[in-house]
Design a protein around this ligand. Structure first.
Ligand code: DQA
Length: 147
């Protein structure tokens, strides 16, 4: 089993960017926690971040070809991107949609997700823990599929 953790725009600044909303945990901290979990569960994990929409499209396609599952924080693109929605629909990879913040408690424009309908499910509002919950979620889906 292989899991790809894909992160979209501005998440490279996690820990420093609006910490009252996103917390003080950095993306490197999250990567460390996920790697520990992956090791304990004996699964492979790949960790990536980009500020570019098309690069996320490439990575979703690649995860599909590799037979990997995806934990995706598409950040702002999750609210807007038809290209990401199409990439997920067109990929055989199962995707768990994650956000650190509770997007439903924030501005109206964050209440809409372009990608959630084509993901297995969504997790939001638990800070860095959203990723750890996302890990358990995608692992459960992949183990069920390979059983
Ligand atoms: C986010 C929520 C998005 O609305 C926002 O654009 C982000 C981060 C989150 O993880 O809470 O950049 O995806």
């Amino acid at each position: 089993i292989c899991i790809h953790v894909l992160n979209g725009p501005n998440l490279n600044l996690l820990g420093f960017r609006e910490p009252h909303i996103y917390g003080k945990t950095t993306l490197a901290d999250i990567e460390r926690m996920l790697k520990e979990k992956a090791q304990a569960e004996k699964v492979d994990i790949v960790f990536r971040q980009t500020n570019h929409e098309g690069e996320l499209v490439d990575w979703i396609q690649q995860a599909g070809r590799d037979g990997a599952g995806i934990i995706l924080n598409a950040a702002a693109y999750g609210h807007t991107s038809i290209a990401l929605k199409d990439a997920i629909s067109g990929s055989s990879a199962k995707v768990i949609d994650v956000h650190l913040s509770n997007v439903y408690a924030r501005e109206e424009f964050r209440h809409k997700s372009m990608i959630a309908p084509v993901c297995v499910g969504s997790i939001c509002g638990f800070g860095a823990n959203s990723y750890l919950l996302g890990f358990d979620a995608i692992l459960g889906v992949m183990r069920a599929n390979s059983a």
